[in-house]
Design a protein around this ligand. Structure first.
Ligand code: HEM
Length: 588
């Protein structure tokens, strides 16, 4: 009965497109524009058709999102499939717990991601960004030495694998204090290799079944089920993915245990001894997030202290939550700069100017330079460069790495709306009633593209007239226009935009409330530092050289889960993630 009631949502929405897939295919398979159009057509609360006749509420209204994510968060929980699957894979980390256990974990972890800890962490990130720069530069120099290209000419390179390796190093070294050396291709180990394999996301299809298994079976039966599922003779690709996932989980688990034990042992040592010895992982044990967390845990009261299982869970979760999301965001920022060369040039000037000033100012600090003599900016300088800030913000706003999220009601609720929508019968309504067990699709992407409030205010509070006004506004905020606004010194999204209660910059990219992204300062710092390291040395442009068949590579961002850059046919297969960019040295 609950599920029948959950289907009654009295708001308008698009017609069902497929008898059992509903609207899901057009929204989830390459659905970037479709996700925006639905909000543009129907407003901030829309009834959509999910799989097998279920109806979900698609939400982007600011007041509704505040209500769901902040004010009444306990009524709108994470999807149970998502939680149980995360528990299954990662153990008791932040993304698998609810209620009091989640609150306790956040209380312990929030200070670990404070600005002052980020400030301490920046030199670790800078070393990695500069290694990334050196690798790209040496690729270019090697090309020119071998006569493939003269120094002034450009060379095309798929930068995505390098960006992904550098993000992995940042998370491993910065968060876990584990020396992954993923940028150092000759130095791969089983652990970092396992973390790079995308099988974790390939097993998404198992998620709906996991709560049934974990809730209804004892540990004995759970182990049995995993053993049956992973027996060698099941031939399909899905089963191969599942077996691969099991292997990865085992590697992650044993490596995380080893790192945890090592760090706990190191904590027992006096601080003078700590600075003299190197742990076997070669890690940065004092400043990484894990060490800070262990110190905080050790000094907290028994009631608030996290168990070893919870600590292990956090390690695995950080990598899962922080790796692909940040890689994609850095990749998108570089792509946008390649696409808008004038902004790239202005940004280069801003960064080089800041470096020149900082070098003069901070000449006595050896850490302020890398091995090639380039300046390393301090945290405060890096985080306050206006154009760099605008580029990073706008990239994150326009192309949030996680475009939509699912929530489920634990009881019936009335969700207030800031901007009225049409009910199924055509009246304007400013509250949407939902039953217990109703699924909601939180549209980060539609919220971030919502520029309605300016127009709404100009309308003097008149009810919104259907789709047209919204559509005009959405298209007016076309990406090129936004980047021109940046050039003119106006930070878009500020003056005209709707205010959202997101933790970052009044946008929803990192969500709002106590399930928001705990690592957003880390991600922002990493994005800024990678750009600050690369741009003074390398020009980036979109590919323009025809391949052997005369085709120029055209990059397309596909949105299925995360956004991924692919090369369109005929130059590419339109499926495999690639980001080929044309690069040229700046100084020569
Ligand atoms: C551009 C990069 C990133 C984006 C766009 C992003 C976005 C998000 C979003 C939307 C959520 C909410 C997920 C949900 O409620 O289901 C989230 C949660 C989370 N993120 Fe991030 N994230 C990024 C980078 C990072 C990094 C670098 C870390 C760690 C160092 C991290 C750690 C986490 C954790 C632990 C959670 C779970 C928080 C909780 O449930 O209490 N994220 N992130």
């Amino acid at each position: 009965r609950a599920s029948r009631r959950a289907n009654d949502i009295d708001v308008a929405g698009p017609e069902k497109e497929h008898w059992w897939k509903g609207n899901m295919e057009s929204m989830f398979v390459d659905g970037f524009q479709r996700c925006l159009d639905i909000a543009a057509d129907y407003g901030g609360a829309v009834k959509i058709h999910a799989l097998f006749g279920e109806k979900w509420l698609y939400v982007s209204d600011p007041r509704a999102l505040h209500y769901i994510l902040v004010k009444e968060q306990h009524t709108f929980e994470e999807n149970d499939g998502f939680l149980s699957c995360n528990k299954f894979i990662f153990g008791d980390g932040l993304i698998s717990t609810l209620g009091e256990q989640h609150r306790k974990q956040r209380k312990m972890l929030n200070p670990v991601f404070s600005t002052s800890n980020m400030r301490e962490l920046l030199p670790i990130i800078q070393t990695i960004s500069h290694q990334l720069k050196s690798i790209l530069v040496s690729n270019l120099s090697a090309r020119s030495e071998h006569g493939h290209a003269r120094s002034r000419e450009s060379m095309e390179l798929d930068v995505l694998p390098w960006l992904s390796r550098s993000s992995l190093d940042c998370i491993c070294e910065g968060v876990l204090g584990y020396h992954s050396a993923a940028l150092d291709t000759g130095n791969e180990d089983e652990y970092t290799d396992a973390l790079r394999i995308p099988s974790i996301t390939k097993t998404m299809m198992f998620r709906p079944f996991v709560p049934v298994v974990t809730r209804n079976s004892s540990l004995y039966w759970r182990k049995k089920i995993v053993n049956w599922l992973t027996i060698g003779w099941l031939p399909t690709q899905t089963m191969r993915n599942f077996r691969e996932l099991r292997r990865i989980v085992e590697i992650m688990d044993s490596a995380s245990r080893a790192i945890l034990q090592e760090k706990k042992a190191a904590l027992q040592l006096p601080s003078s001894a700590l600075s003299q010895i190197h742990d076997t992982s070669g890690g940065t044990r004092e400043k990484d997030m894990m060490s800070i967390m262990l110190r905080a845990n050790a000094s907290s009261s028994e009631a608030e202290r996290l168990s070893d299982t919870e600590l292990l869970g956090q390690m695995n979760v950080m990598i899962f939550a922080g790796l692909e999301t940040t890689t994609v965001a850095v990749a998108r920022a570089l792509y946008m700069l390649a696409k808008h060369p004038h902004i790239q040039e202005q940004l280069r000037t801003e960064i080089c100017g800041a470096m020149a000033a900082y070098q003069v100012f901070d000449v006595n600090h050896s850490h302020a330079k890398d091995e090639s003599g380039s300046a390393r900016l301090s945290y405060d300088v890096l985080m306050n460069l206006p154009l760099l800030n605008a580029v990073v913000r706008e990239t994150l706003r326009l192309y949030p790495s996680v475009p939509v999220l699912i929530r489920r009601t634990t009881e019936a609720a009335s969700i207030p709306l800031q901007f009225p929508v049409r009910s199924a019968s055509g009246e304007d309504i400013d509250t949407v009633r939902v039953a217990k067990n109703q699924r909601l699709l939180i549209s980060i992407i539609a919220a971030n593209h919502n520029q309605l409030s300016g127009a709404r205010m100009r309308q003097n509070g008149n009810p919104i007239d259907g789709s047209n006004l919204l559509k005009v506004i959405f298209s007016a905020y076309h990406e090129a226009y936004l980047f021109i606004k940046i050039l003119l010194g106006v930070t878009p999204g500020d003056k005209d935009a709707v205010r959202y209660s997101g933790v970052y910059s009044s946008m929803m990219t990192f969500l709002a409330g106590n399930r928001s992204c705990i690592g957003f300062k880390f991600a922002e710092m990493e994005m800024k530092d990678v750009l600050a390291a690369l741009l003074p040395a390398i020009h980036f442009a979109l590919p323009s050289e025809p391949d052997d068949n005369g085709n120029v590579k055209e990059i397309y961002w596909k949105m299925s889960g995360l956004h991924t850059p692919v090369v369109k046919a005929p130059a590419g297969d339109g499926e495999t993630p690639h980001l080929p960019l044309s690069m040229r040295l700046v100084r020569e």
